[in-house]
Design a protein around this ligand. Structure first.
Ligand code: GRF
Length: 205
C-alpha cells in the first residue's frame, strides 16, 4: 500500500513508519512526505531514506488542500497518514480521503482531544493514558478508532516525561495500525473499526 505522510515538524512517527521497512514483508511503503513547513526536521528524515518530499507552504486552507491533494494523487497514494501534522484540514479534503486517512494522537481518545493532551491527562489525574490511531473525520481528533496503546502515568511525571513515554508507544502503534489497514484487515461497521484475525496477531507482534 502506498502511503502519503503529512508532517509539520520533528517527524519521529514518520521515522517509525520509515523504519517499518526493515521488515521485508511489511505491506506498506511511503510514496511521498508532504510538509506544510519548509523547516520541518522530518523532511531530512525522508530525504535520508530516499523518499520524495514536497513542501506545500502555509496559505489559505482550501489552497493548501488542493495542492496537497494533487501531490498525493500524483504519487498514487492510497492511504494518508497524519504524523504530527499541526494544521486543521479543509473539510473537502477530509471527505475526499474519507476512510483513507489516519491520524495518531497522544491520548486514549475520546479523552483529551485537541492541544496538549499530556497536560490534560496530568490535570485530570488519570493513572493511565496512551495513544490512538484513528480514521480521520472533519471534527478534530474524532473518527473510528483502529488501535490504542496504554501508558501509565507516574506520580512524578511532568508533561515532558509523560510525552516521551507516550511517544515510545506511538512509534510501535502507528506502524502496527498501518499494517492492519494495508493487509486489508480493517473495515468500518456502524462507525467502529472491525479487525479480521485480531486474535491471531495482537499488536505486540
Ligand atoms: C506526536 O505526539 C503525535 O501523536 C502528535 O504530534 C506529535 C508528533 O511528533 N499528533 P512527531 O513529529 O511524529 O515526532
Amino acid at each position: 500500500m502506498r502511503l502519503g505522510v503529512l508532517i509539520s515538524g520533528r517527524g519521529s512517527n514518520l521515522q517509525a513508519l520509515i523504519d517499518a521497512r526493515a521488515d521485508p514483508v511489511y505491506p506498506a511503503e511511503i510514496a511521498i512526505v508532504v510538509s506544510n513547513r519548509a523547516d520541518a526536521a522530518g523532511l531530512a528524515r525522508a530525504a535520508a531514506a530516499g523518499i520524495p518530499t514536497a513542501v506545500v507552504p502555509e496559505r489559505d486552507r482550501v489552497g493548501f488542500a488542493a495542492e496537497a491533494d494533487a501531490q498525493l494523487r500524483e504519487r498514487e497514494v492510497e492511504l494518508v497518514c497524519l504524523a504530527g501534522f499541526m494544521r486543521i484540514l479543509d473539510t473537502g479534503f477530509v471527505e475526499a480521503w474519507r476512510d483513507r486517512m489516519v491520524n495518531i494522537h497522544p491520548s486514549l481518545l475520546p479523552a483529551f482531544p485537541g492541544l496538549h493532551p499530556q497536560r490534560q491527562a496530568l490535570a485530570a489525574g488519570v493513572r493511565f493514558t496512551g495513544c490512538t490511531v484513528h480514521f480521520v473525520r472533519p471534527e478534530i481528533d474524532t473518527g473510528p478508532i483502529i488501535a490504542q496503546a496504554v501508558v501509565p502515568v507516574h506520580p512524578d511525571d511532568d508533561e515532558g516525561s509523560l510525552a516521551a513515554r507516550i511517544l515510545a508507544a506511538e512509534h510501535r502503534l502507528y506502524p502496527f495500525a498501518v499494517r492492519l489497514i494495508a493487509e486489508g484487515r480493517t473495515r468500518i461497521v456502524a462507525g467502529k473499526v472491525e479487525i479480521d484475525r485480531w486474535q491471531v496477531e495482537g499488536w505486540r507482534r
